[in-house]
Design a protein around this ligand. Sequence first.
Ligand code: URA
Length: 277
Amino acid sequence: MIKWINQGQEYVPGYQKFCTVIFNLPAAETFIKEEIMSLQRLDKILSGQNIATRSETKNMVKKGLITVNGQTVKRSNEKFDPDTDEFIVNGIKIVYKKHLYIMMNKPSGVLSASRDGRTKTVIDLLPEHLRRDGLFPAGRLDKDTEGFILITDDGELAHKMLSPKSHVYKLYLAECDRELNKNDVKAFSEGIQMGDLQFMPAEMKIIADKTALVEICEGKFHQVKKMFHAVKAEVVKLKRLRIGEVSLDNSLKQGECRELTQKEINDILSRKHGINV
Ligand code: URA
């Protein structure tokens, strides 16, 4: 958000802004710094990173416990650029993360929602060090579906990951109530029509009598279950194994999570597909 601040004054949008930029160079400089360098208040930066609440930051500033670029900070509302400035809080160097990207192995029985009054959600399962405001599950897994769910506060990445236009493929392991056969594989590969619903062609690979891998890039409600239902098989267990080119980390037990690596963040939007890729 653009903020127009000059020596404690706040400017209303419009003509005054224009004049300020054209005629008042110090104000223009402040504007350019705030807009281009994304300056933010120290207390906001630290609370956003789940490092300290605003009042804790105030107290630490009072005690001289926070330095930025080697200088002791005097006011907790002083503004800095979190991307480039170096923060040391109580002797500890802060690694600023604009967004968090968390891979969770969702257990069955947990909702993929931000908050629910009654039922546990994936957000409730986050460990303390990975909590911060604004986190949400990118996409939905049914309550009884297990496996890879991405939790992030990066709306742009989530949007891209979920849009069918991005062709981000998701791989599922589905166990059904009957033996699967090559007619099922063919039906999936041709795309499935179910009343008003049209599912795009999907690759299916049978790996045991009643179990198959299925890859889809749409995210329609109960999609995998509905596709099997259309060929008269019911899914009894469903687990998501991969998003884009990022596979669920086998070392994560149910309910556990970890941050994605930078490579995984890039790979999650990968367009490549194919069950064996
Ligand atoms: N398809 C489903 O049917 N359920 C899920 O949870 C995910 C995909």
